[in-house]
Ligand binder design. Structure first.
Ligand code: SOE
Length: 402
């Protein structure tokens, strides 16, 4: 058997953190980059080792292992979890298997990183959170992967809000727009089937923006009022393997059982108001996540398409020269950036997964609950459930249960 790849060519003296990953498609590739790169860039207390990757198709998972630098390939996640050379299980599968894999991994003392949304239902997320809390008491940790928290500009925005630069928060405005379903012939892949994905744009994109809005605001939503829609209720069945957001059609059609778009307003516990839009039908928008926060003393705006920048308006400046200005978030004292390139040399989407891995390795080494924890993932799940409940009742304001 090939020797495990070390992600840090020079950190051989550090105790290893041997990762086993389940899933090898889009998120598997993104997480692989994170684990492969993190020890080469950051000075870590433990040295991530890409020990084994798992997927059902033996040839495809072997190819993924070779491409992404994993030492071994498995075809059964139970075998992966049972390996005694794995310390952490990274779950990059569709939501229907998150709970089962996470519960099994935590039960045998493996740390867990689980892609968002944490689960397909609140009940599953509750069971996972309960298991994570019990595991934490035994020194085993669990994190949910809301990677956009790890964009340096987003982390800087969080810091600025916490420092009070916006004063009392009044509005949070968020949109997350994609367009890969505009084509009516796009096939019925797993993301369009409730039994596999839990929900549609709501869980896939809405989960990100609910988490990001609450993270930046530093507080939770108290209730929501929502509309959801499925614009194209029937689609061709997929013909052959799908990868990421790409797929081919075969003969026959099937029902779309998730939302295509979700639109909701919300109220934070402080009384600040929020609006959210998540859709896969925003023609021309590929992965457009935008968030703006308005407070009594200032405003911040972030656009994922310009992810090395943060717009800031300081309301205390004289009106003669006040206005939104661009902060180029590439300075060494900006979050995560001391380890990267000289100022002005920006980062991209993939770096969020490197930062996620960094933060998790530190949390594990320090025995501290990772951020975002499964409890945070559960709270987002409750917001998603409240959105669905409100939408079912034609937008009736629905409080979020604690
Ligand atoms: C597809 O909509 C998707 O890949 C999401 O699942 C990811 O979480 C997001 O980062 C990009 O878009």
């Amino acid at each position: 058997m090939a020797q495990p790849q070390q992600s840090d060519g020079s950190g051989g003296d550090k105790p290893p953190l041997r990762v086993g990953m389940v899933g090898y498609a889009f998120m598997g590739a993104a997480h692989s980059q994170g684990w492969r790169t993190v020890g080469r860039v950051f000075d870590l207390p433990r040295r991530p080792v890409l020990a084994a990757i798992c997927g059902r198709d033996a040839a495809a998972v072997r190819a993924a292992a070779d491409r992404h630098g994993w030492a071994a390939a498995e075809t059964d996640w139970r075998t992966l979890i049972a390996r005694d050379d794995i310390d952490l299980v990274d779950i990059c599968t569709p939501g229907d298997s998150h709970a089962e894999i996470a519960l099994a991994a935590l039960a045998v003392g493996k740390h867990v990183l689980c892609e968002k949304p944490l689960a397909n239902t609140v009940e599953q997320a509750e069971a996972m959170t309960e298991a994570a809390e019990a595991a934490h008491r035994r020194g085993t940790l669990a994190m949910v992967g809301f990677n956009y928290r790890r964009v340096p500009a987003a982390a800087l925005a969080r810091r600025m809000v916490a420092e009070g630069r916006l004063g009392t928060l009044r509005h949070v405005r968020v949109t997350y727009l994609q367009d890969w379903l505009v084509d009516r012939d796009f096939p019925l892949t797993w993301r369009l089937r409730k039994e596999l994905a839990g929900s549609g744009a709501l869980g896939d994109l809405g989960a990100h923006i609910v988490d990001l809005a609450q993270y930046l605001a530093g507080e939770r939503l108290a209730g929501v009022s929502a509309l959801t829609e499925t614009f194209v209720p029937e689609r061709p069945l997929p013909g052959g393997p799908t990868s990421g957001l790409a797929a081919r059609s075969a003969a026959g059609t099937g029902q779309v059982t998730v939302d295509d778009a979700a639109l909701f307003t919300g109220r934070f516990l402080s009384g600040a108001l929020a609006s959210f839009e998540a859709t896969r039908y925003a023609t021309g928008r590929k992965n457009a996540l935008r968030i703006e926060l308005n407070g009594e003393r200032g405003s911040l705006a972030f656009d994922l398409e310009r992810l090395n920048e943060l717009s800031y308006h300081d309301g205390s400046e004289p009106s003669t020269h006040a206005g939104f200005r661009r902060i180029l978030v590439t300075e060494p004292d900006h979050p995560y950036l001391d380890a990267w390139w000289p100022p002005g040399h920006g980062l991209g989407y993939e770096h969020t997964f490197v930062h996620q891995a960094r933060d998790l390795v530190h949390a594990i080494a320090e025995g501290r609950r990772p951020d975002p924890s499964f409890a945070d993932g559960l709270q987002v799940q409750r917001v998603l459930a409240a959105v669905e409940e409100s939408a079912e009742k034609n937008s009736v304001y629905t409080p979020i249960t604690i």
